[in-house]
Design a protein around this ligand. Sequence first.
Ligand SMILES: Cc1cc2nc3c(=O)[nH]c(=O)nc-3n(C[C@H](O)[C@H](O)[C@H](O)COP(=O)(O)O)c2cc1C
Length: 125
Amino acid sequence: MKIVAFIGSPRENGNTAKLVNTICKEAESNGHEIEIYNLSAISNNGCIACNACQLNMVRGCAIDDIISRIFSKMQIVDLIILGTPIYFEQVSGLTKNFIDRMRMFLDYNTKTSMLAEKYSKYHSW
Ligand SMILES: Cc1cc2nc3c(=O)[nH]c(=O)nc-3n(C[C@H](O)[C@H](O)[C@H](O)COP(=O)(O)O)c2cc1C
């Protein structure tokens, strides 16, 4: 199985990193293919609400950056892991900026997500 994992904490050796790395190490030792990204190492100013992805003006996200390239990968993997610390009872700012960019996965017409199938396949984990 192909897995992509994200660490949504700026602390490289913090609790989120430890958790995500532990899960990934275990998965790797069971033969799964893993790629891990630390969101703090990736420049991302968040969604600019241009609506291009929703109005089918572009295929994917109009912002041409590393996040968009990572999103292409997310479409072909079997499982996505998104680890975040809790900041004021919510996900961290890094994680929220990342989630907002995921609007490009939503199909405006059918109100479905391109990632929905991954969830339904593995939600029982
Ligand atoms: C800005 C900020 C807000 C936080 N808010 C909460 C919170 O609402 N609830 C909680 O249990 N911990 C909160 N914490 C503590 C972190 O969730 C905790 O230290 C976590 O382990 C940090 O993850 P990391 O080690 O991966 O960076 C907060 C920490 C920070 C820096």
